[in-house]
Design a protein around this ligand. Sequence first.
Ligand SMILES: NC(=O)c1ccc[n+]([C@@H]2O[C@H](COP(=O)([O-])OP(=O)(O)OC[C@H]3O[C@@H](n4cnc5c(N)ncnc54)[C@H](O)[C@@H]3O)[C@@H](O)[C@H]2O)c1
Length: 430
Amino acid sequence: MTALEPHTPAAPDPTHPRVSPLDTAQDQLSSAVRLLGYDEGLHRMLATPRREMHVAVPLRRDDGSIELLAGYRVQHNISRGPGKGGLRYAPGVDIDEVRALAMWMTWKCAVADLPYGGAKGGVAIDPRGYSQAELERVTRRYTSELMPLIGPGQDIMAPDVGTTEQTMSWVMDTYSVNTGFTTPAVVTGKPLAVGGSLGRATATSRGVVHAAEAALAEAGTGLPEVTCAVQGFGKVGSHAARFLADGGARVVAVSDENGGVQAAEGLDMAALQRHVAETGTVVGFAQADPIAGDELLALDVDVLVPAAVENVLDADTATRVKARWVVEGANGPTTSEGDRVLAERGITVVPDILANAGGVVVSYFEWVQANQAYWWTEAEIAEKLAHRMRTAYQAVATRARADGISLRDAALVIGVSRVAEAHQLRGLYP
Ligand SMILES: NC(=O)c1ccc[n+]([C@@H]2O[C@H](COP(=O)([O-])OP(=O)(O)OC[C@H]3O[C@@H](n4cnc5c(N)ncnc54)[C@H](O)[C@@H]3O)[C@@H](O)[C@H]2O)c1
């Protein structure tokens, strides 16, 4: 498929029922376009990435052999500002996944009312199989291939699955060395010592908890009244579980890709974090019982937070969800069919483009601080983040109530219409 061809959903393959995240993203856009009454031309424009770059990333391994990796960067939309979005290192990364993630970034930035478009990048690599020196070479080569496309006013990366603050330092350094001057605003999610922002490392998780609290408040309840299960114990899930517990919720189960653990009385978060720091996984945590990853999704809890990967709530797993609220920490954890099943079953889904927007909100704060070379206090950042999340949630919830639609459709309608408005005001060149 070439860059500007419209996406046609893949034909179902009964032997390999994997749903492409791009199918989910395109279904969601189609739903918003239907609700907004847009014509086919505008739909096609919103559905199609503005720019895509495929890069070959040759890597010299530590043993001297050469390996060729595939890398991608997609700028889905840049009408409201520079492209903004994470960089993912995972073995299954492909162009369609990156397209979907870039599209979600566009709507997310618009829902949070940030002056950004949406972008995403990825390299098909399992970072656990590579040394730090090899990952540094991959990152520097990938960055240098993308030099013409990225920059503080063009496209700004951040960490995602499989990448870290250190990865962002290497991107920033490679970009800066090639331009000849230090440019902290080319990436966000950097370490503090090179222009990162206080509060960025935990911002996505804090935002997830703000979104959960707002959804619970609508039903007249709050964190001290609920039980939670969190899937994924990485940058988003581990802090989300901790903040939910800090807020008074009983977090009864968590999982990572190796398996899960549960404790009906609530997990001791501090002890669990120590166990993970020592072993690298939640599995084997002595003060809890083991639970299979899939079982966690079907636990009898009030709030389920998928914070791992795409497509975990599909037509099948969604029928087994017992939670009353699903708060999406991950991007694209629910397929279109899964969404339909959850809606039919009366389960409230706080969608990814709203629930996990806290990360890009504080990325925006980091970029603003870097551009003005003046740094804010942690309290200022926490307060501004809480305000942004509550404002975005209220706008989405109000729209959902007014139009009788789901929170997902309401968030999409707001995000998509803001982008379409920018297109219309700017006009079509030439
Ligand atoms: N990092 C951010 O700021 C940020 C912002 C917004 C959205 N997200 C999204 O949140 C999700 C997680 O990102 P992250 O940054 O925490 O990544 P990460 O690499 O730090 O952590 C991912 C976690 O998911 C676990 N995992 C993978 N497959 C799993 C499975 N099948 N079942 C259970 N656990 C599984 C991994 O073991 C790990 O604990 C992704 O969808 C990402 O796009 C991240």
